[in-house]
Design a protein around this ligand. Structure first.
Ligand SMILES: Cc1ncc(COP(=O)(O)O)c(C=O)c1O
Length: 403
């Protein structure tokens, strides 16, 4: 029921109203871009008092943000059930990086799911080492073996669900419960579904991370990340981000807010196009596996149906045999799919699926599949007409050869 508490409203309604506090928007619909490094106090006593209240909504200094950034953080908190606050970071990579530094100290260790975004893996393995923090990788699909993987030093577990290249869906509630039992904090990269499709904190995670560069921005013109958590961990996130001098620009925050308003509409469109395109690919003889958890019969579909309320247009597929050159010929024959990094924008993108170098705990191709089936593509489906995208893929596949 759409009562007085915004959290009682349906997500679509919350997306429209979230973060639009009158004291931040003034008479405008959207919070204006408040560009400021310095906020002026009326008297010295107010300046002194301001030093001691560290909260969004309290003017202090540009490094603690202003109404535009507060409005975005507030909106994201409203959309994440169980969150007390959200920190913003200059990129989606900075979000897990600084969040890990917020909860770990020298001597600790993080367990990272083997299907994680490669730069996040790299940060955990290499950058954290300089701080005396260890990292190991684990198979996110092996719930039985997970408890035994957690060691004395393990204080954090980092999940990505689904894996943004290979699309495995893991049993997040089970893994997070085991981690909690053993005293470890669970962080999750929830960029794929966003809280609209996967309420990560409600599913047992402690810190929900997103690259806002993707769906929230939605227009391929900004970089940003976020991490949302309950009261105690939000305090830690805030403390570390401020200590390291992180703040996002109000211009980018305004762009992210603009994107956020249409998030549900875009995700719905992407999801329906994605399913249409995945079903088309399923019929094609060139293709061995479709990695799209929303598609019945695809790996991870049961867990997706159990735990998710939505999805997006990002999925992958694997060719039957073939070579890297054959795969590249398909990419080059496409005209509607841009060749580029990132995903979640309004325009469709294609990128080679080449996960083997970025795995250490699980093999690629996966155990039990034909080792010849290793080359594939990842598609980010945008807002074009799905029929046009299918026609483009038909042209692309005509360039494929098994040799
Ligand atoms: C799953 C996932 N998380 C995080 C990131 C990093 O986001 P950003 O590019 O904003 O640093 C990416 C980027 O591709 C990603 O795919």
């Amino acid at each position: 029921m759409a009562g007085g508490d915004p959290r009682d409203r349906k997500p679509d309604t919350r997306l429209v109203a979230a973060g639009r506090k009158p004291e931040w928007t003034g008479p405008a619909v959207n919070p204006p871009v408040w560009r400021a490094s310095t906020y002026l106090y009326e008297e010295s006593a107010a300046q002194e008092a301001g030093r001691h209240v560290n909260a969004d909504g309290v003017f202090h200094y540009g490094a603690r943000g202003g109404p535009t950034q507060w409005a975005l953080a507030d909106a994201l908190t409203e959309l994440e059930p169980g969150a007390a606050g959200t920190m913003l970071y200059p990129t989606g990579l900075a979000a897990p990086a600084i969040a890990l530094l917020s909860v770990l100290k020298a001597g600790d260790e993080v367990l990272v799911s083997d299907n994680s975004y490669d730069p996040t893996r790299s940060f955990a393995l290499h950058a954290l080492r300089d701080y005396g923090i260890g990292a190991r990788f684990f198979d996110p699909l092996d719930v039985e073996g997970f408890a035994a993987t957690i060691g004395e030093r393990t204080k954090a577990v980092l999940l990505e669900n689904p894996g943004s290249l290979t699309m495995e869906v893991c049993d997040v509630p089970a893994l997070a419960a085991i981690a909690r039992d053993k005293g470890a904090v669970t962080l999750i990269d929830n960029t794929w579904a966003s809280p609209l499709g996967f309420p990560a904190l409600e599913r047992g995670c402690d810190i929900a991370i997103m690259s806002l560069t993707k769906h929230v921005g939605g227009h391929s013109d900004l970089m940003m990340g976020s991490a949302a958590a309950g009261e105690a961990l939000y305090g830690k996130l805030r403390g570390k981000a401020q200590a390291m001098g992180h703040v996002v620009s109000p211009d980018d925050a305004a762009l992210a807010l603009r994107g956020l308003r249409t998030l549900a509409v875009r995700l719905n469109h992407e999801t329906s196009s994605c399913l249409e395109i995945a079903k088309f690919l399923l019929q094609r003889a060139e293709i061995a596996h479709i990695l799209c958890p929303m598609l019945p019969g695809s790996p991870g579909h049961e867990l997706w149906a159990r735990d998710f309320t939505g999805g997006c247009g990002l999925f992958s597929f694997v060719f039957q045999g073939g070579t890297a050159a054959a795969r590249d010929a398909v990419i080059d024959a496409l005209s509607l799919f841009g060749i580029g990094y990132s995903w979640g924008g309004f325009e469709s993108l294609v990128t080679p699926l080449d996960p083997a170098p970025a795995r250490s705990a699980t093999p690629w191709p996966p155990a039990g599949t034909d080792p010849a089936d290793r080359f594939g593509l990842r598609l980010s489906i945008g807002l074009e007409d799905p029929g046009d995208l299918i026609a483009d893929l038909e042209r692309g596949l005509a360039a494929w050869s098994r040799a």
